[in-house]
Design a binder for this molecule. Structure first.
Ligand code: HPA
Length: 265
């Protein structure tokens, strides 16, 4: 199946290898518009997820941004859609087969840190898999025992922080907790994961990070903070609010990403 998909992609977008893959979260889809290239609907890529969450744009865009050829997944599949923690496996395999050395995942997230308000961007330094689920359950051999120390690539993290500094873009850093969704967390759950050391909470990214590390891809991830988490403010939490607020963080994310790509060796 991957061969057919690769043939379709190469037919439409050419066969030059891509440098990295970018996964866009809720309300962040417009970042793909900045890429000078070709977009292919997921529907034309057999086995790609439907990415049927509003605020996502289910297209694979391949082209150039700041001098680097990249592949952008405009939408992701989430565990909460069909209960499959491996939902992003095929798209990640395709990114790898296209030559990507790694992926930068983005997401919308709630903040657990009063100093990190709505509109902030947060670079993930680590995560807490609060769901207890794992996309590697069922893998048959020892390759399933993936080390997760430094899962978030230290070099890329340094590069993204340098890009934030160079562009004068505020960038927080912290730990992301994966909560399965699709219901939002209760205030008690937020208090609990704050005590456990989380700085932000969201419904995605962690299974992709585990899969990407399994495949030997480098990983970075950035959250666009769309709200203070449940019980932390009077802000109204909901998907409409997420989509409305994501562009604030997305603007920061795009500035950082452009500089990072422009300076990639
Ligand atoms: N919780 C979980 N996922 C989210 C949130 C949140 O507060 N905001 C955006 N995505």
């Amino acid at each position: 199946m991957t061969d057919d998909i690769l043939a379709t992609i190469r037919d439409r977008a050419g066969d030059a290898p891509v440098r990295l893959g970018l996964i866009l979260g809720s309300g962040l889809g417009h970042v793909a518009d900045a890429v000078d290239g070709v977009s292919i609907d997921y529907a034309d890529l057999p086995g790609f997820p439907h990415a049927g969450v509003s605020g996502h744009s289910p297209k694979l865009t391949i082209g150039t941004l700041e001098g680097q050829r990249i592949a952008v997944l405009g939408g992701r599949a989430h565990y909460y859609e069909a209960g499959d923690p491996k939902a992003m496996r095929l798209p990640l395999e395709v990114l790898k087969a296209l030559g990507a050395e790694g992926v930068i995942a983005t997401n919308a997230a709630g903040s657990l840190d009063p100093e990190m308000p709505t509109g902030s961007a947060m670079l993930l330094t680590d995560h807490i898999n609060f769901s207890g689920l794992n996309p590697l359950i069922g893998e048959p051999d020892d390759s399933r025992f993936v080390p997760m120390t430094d899962a978030y690539d230290p070099d890329w993290r340094r590069g993204l922080v340098a890009a934030a500094d160079a562009t004068g873009t505020p960038l927080s850093q912290g730990v992301y907790a994966w909560y399965s969704g699709p219901s939002f967390e209760t205030p008690a759950e937020i208090r609990a994961i704050r005590m456990l050391g989380a700085d932000a909470v969201g419904m995605s990214t962690v299974p992709e990070v585990i899969l990407a590390r399994f495949m030997g891809l480098r990983v970075s991830a950035i959250s666009a903070i769309t709200n203070m988490a449940a019980g932390m403010s009077d802000e109204k939490i909901g998907h409409a609010h997420t989509k409305e607020m994501a562009p604030l963080g997305a603007a920061k994310l795009e500035a950082i990403l452009r500089n990072f790509l422009a300076n990639m060796q």
